[in-house]
Design a protein around this ligand. Structure first.
Ligand code: BDP
Length: 689
């Protein structure tokens, strides 16, 4: 293989009973043949079944006449055999991505039916069935009904045309060879397969930074940060082939666009959203886009943030800015995804997104979705949940999660994000009284989940084999936030590493513990964050510790540490409704893991168990490193049980992770020691002379 199959491995079934049962139902396939999606389904069966069953599937144009059973995939309109065996009512309620997999007896044969009301649903149903085979589930008596929890399950590529870098990407350069388009690479199809197999239905092809970000201004390598060019006619034409690859898998294309496009791409001398020519320009552009890409999903906009232009340049607010673009997409059913990641004017950055967007609630056009990062700062190892989710009751919202590990060890550390996401989904916003978790606020046609992608040109796609789990988990959680961490992790491990239970248990243990470990060594664990190095010289940083660089984020001083975000401080806590505001605002009741996010406390402040703040920070930093060492040992013990290529790769990464974690621990504990003047009770922290 040119590159890794990730979780779509399809290894030979060796258990005889299973093999026999799978063969009886899947060797003969009767699959609809009209839509592009049907072609993708057949291709997938052609790939998977020979590997799994050791025999080529036999495709039929009519219901198979065979002594075996068969597999039938299609909508009831496509095939009478399906209409005959599944009552219309049984699928009438399915949403556009939903599907039903059912064992039926037809003409005395044991058959399996995968059906849906849409072609996209058939794709998901097929991948679900193959997953069952991959993890060796029984398929003798199936009744699987699935409907995605969210209509929009989008990936945001931070790939930068045209120098093929990926901002915050740790899996190599961009898989998209923009300059060669419209030529296609098989990798595009394989990527679409990976995404569709976990239910992702939209892809924003380019970076939210469509011009060179302000922070990279000194770096000539980023001069050609020109994602905005994708709106040029010649570039749009190049995208048609790429879009058709994704279309077969039910994935709609989207583009990040620059707010100043009417000036950059067009020749207007303003991008003022109230200017009639500007509005007409967006309309013409949208018409052109939809002519070429009929299933286009919409535009993603990062405006007035980190040097990107926006409505503030013209003295307009975000509603005016977003709606001007939305009106152009409206006739085509397209949508603007407008990012709430705006900051700059507030001393406490946590305050800003809510301050900017809450007053605008209800004014956005109905085809604008405000895309909100999970936390109020910026994808830190741990943050409280953004209060904006609960505050925008009259606005369509989307939640943006970071799949790529920008702040959690990048391509080197094993850090699994699902436990963090799960915490966010379940967080009770109290928006509509107790029992209004974040996950309940994102439903409906206009809302959804967005993930910042983590793939690149590397053999294993994600830079670290275990980081594949984050992409998998993102898709599964966006499909159903109710799935437990255990279920999703187990699915991923069994498909990716096979049936060996020892291997599975170890990897699940590593993944389960990895996030807490990372929080401990990178922050000390009491709600501190943003203690990493930034370098103007290049964009690839945020990997090394540098607590002295951004004191505003953690508030260390001689008298204590933490940021006062209560009434006596920035007042951020009041952005939450009761009883959250009260809980976070009280030193006694604030959960320990967020304590220093909300409060500035003396170094020797005693926590509930009598330990002082500074001692807890020391202890956590050491505990994080110890945990990573233990996880490394566990991985080492799998030598010989995991293929050498993957084993060696992850083992090497673990060595680097341990040394990087020690570097974090040492930098942080020395810093705490320096400021507090209080030694570690256990004598582990030396003071820098
Ligand atoms: C920050 C990243 C930066 C992104 C920015 C964003 O460091 O590369 O451009 O988020 O989300 O976390 O726009």
């Amino acid at each position: 293989n040119q590159y890794d199959d990730c979780w779509l491995r399809y290894e030979r079934v060796t258990e005889n009973d299973r093999l026999e049962s799978y063969r009886r139902r899947c060797r003969h396939a009767y699959v609809a043949e009209k839509a592009p999606e049907h072609g993708a389904i057949r291709d997938e069966l052609r790939r998977a079944l020979p590997d799994l069953l050791g025999t080529e599937p036999h495709f039929w144009q009519h219901p198979p006449t065979t002594a075996d059973g068969f597999l039938a995939i299609g909508t009831p309109e496509d095939m009478t055999m399906i209409a005959d065996s599944v009552p219309a009512d049984d699928i009438a309620e399915l949403s556009s991505g939903g599907y039903l997999i059912r064992s039926v007896t037809w003409n005395g044969l044991d058959c399996l039916v995968v059906t849906a009301t849409t072609d996209r649903g058939l794709v998901y149903g097929t991948f679900h069935l193959l997953r069952l085979l991959n993890v060796r589930e029984s398929i003798g008596d199936l009744e699987v009904r699935q409907d995605p929890a969210y209509e929009n399950r989008l990936l945001n590529q931070w790939d930068t045309p045209f120098h093929r870098s990926v901002e915050r990407g740790y899996g190599g350069e961009s898989i998209f060879d923009w300059e060669r388009l419209p030529d296609l690479r098989t990798r595009y199809e394989d990527y679409a397969r990976l995404l569709a197999s976990v239910g992702i239905n939209g892809i924003v092809l380019n970076n939210v930074n469509t011009t060179k970000p302000a922070r990279a201004s000194a770096n000539a390598a980023f001069d050609e940060f020109e994602g905005w060019q994708l709106l040029e006619s010649r570039r749009l034409e190049d995208l048609t082939g790429l879009a058709s690859v994704f279309r077969r898998y039910g994935i709609r294309p989207y583009l990040s666009v620059n707010f100043a496009s009417p000036m950059l791409v067009g020749d207007l001398d303003t991008a003022d959203p109230l200017d009639k020519d500007v509005q007409a320009w967006w309309r013409r552009k949208a018409d052109e886009v939809y002519d070429l890409l009929p299933d286009f999903g919409g535009f993603l906009v990062k405006a007035d943030s980190e040097g990107q232009p926006g409505p503030y340049d013209y003295g307009r607010d975000h509603v005016t800015g977003a709606n001007a673009i939305a009106q152009a997409l409206k006739p085509h059913g397209g949508r603007v995804w407008w990012r709430a990641f705006v900051y700059g004017s507030h001393e406490d950055r946590a305050v800003q997104a809510y301050d900017t967007f809450e007053p605008l609630d209800g004014d956005f056009a109905d085809n604008v979705t405000v895309q909100i990062k999970n936390g109020p700062i910026d994808f830190q190892p741990r943050e409280p949940v953004s209060p904006l989710f609960g505050a925008l009751s009259e606005t369509a919202i989307g939640m943006e999660l970071q799949i790529t590990q920008e702040y959690t060890g990048q391509g080197v550390h094993a850090t699994y994000h699902l436990p963090m996401w799960k915490e966010v989904f379940e967080f009770d916003t109290h928006a509509d009284g107790a029992g209004t978790p974040v996950k309940s606020l994102l439903r409906g046609d206009e809302q959804g989940i967005v993930g910042v992608g983590n793939v690149g040109e590397d053999y294993n796609w994600t830079g670290h084999y275990l980081a594949q789990a984050n992409l998998y988990a993102f898709g599964r959680a966006a499909w159903s936030p109710d799935l437990s961490v255990e279920t999703v992790t187990d699915e991923w491990v069994r498909q990716t590493f096979g049936a060996d239970e020892t291997v599975g248990d170890v990897i699940k243990d590593i993944l389960r513990r990895s996030w807490e470990a990372c929080i401990d060594y990178e922050t000390g664990g009491l709600g501190l964050l943003h203690m990493m190095h930034n370098g103007e010289e290049h964009l690839e940083n945020h990997y090394y510790p540098s607590p002295e660089e951004w004191p505003g984020y953690h508030g260390a001083s001689e008298d204590g540490i933490g940021v006062d975000r209560t009434e006596s401080g920035s007042g951020y806590v009041a952005q939450y409704p009761e009883p959250i505001a009260d809980r976070y605002g009280s030193v006694e009741r604030c959960p320990e893991e967020l304590l220093l996010f909300f409060h500035h406390l003396p170094w020797d402040h005693e926590l509930e168990d009598g330990t002082t703040v500074v001692q807890r920070l020391y202890d956590n930093c050491f505990a994080g490193v110890d945990e990573v060492k233990r996880l490394r040992e566990r991985w080492h013990a799998l030598e010989g049980r995991v293929d050498e290529r993957r084993h060696r790769h992850v083992a090497e990464r673990f060595d680097e992770q341990v040394s990087n974690a020690q570097r974090w621990r040492d930098a942080l504990t020395a810093y705490f020691r320096e400021y507090s003047g209080i030694p570690d009770e256990r004598g582990r922290v030396r003071r820098d002379e």
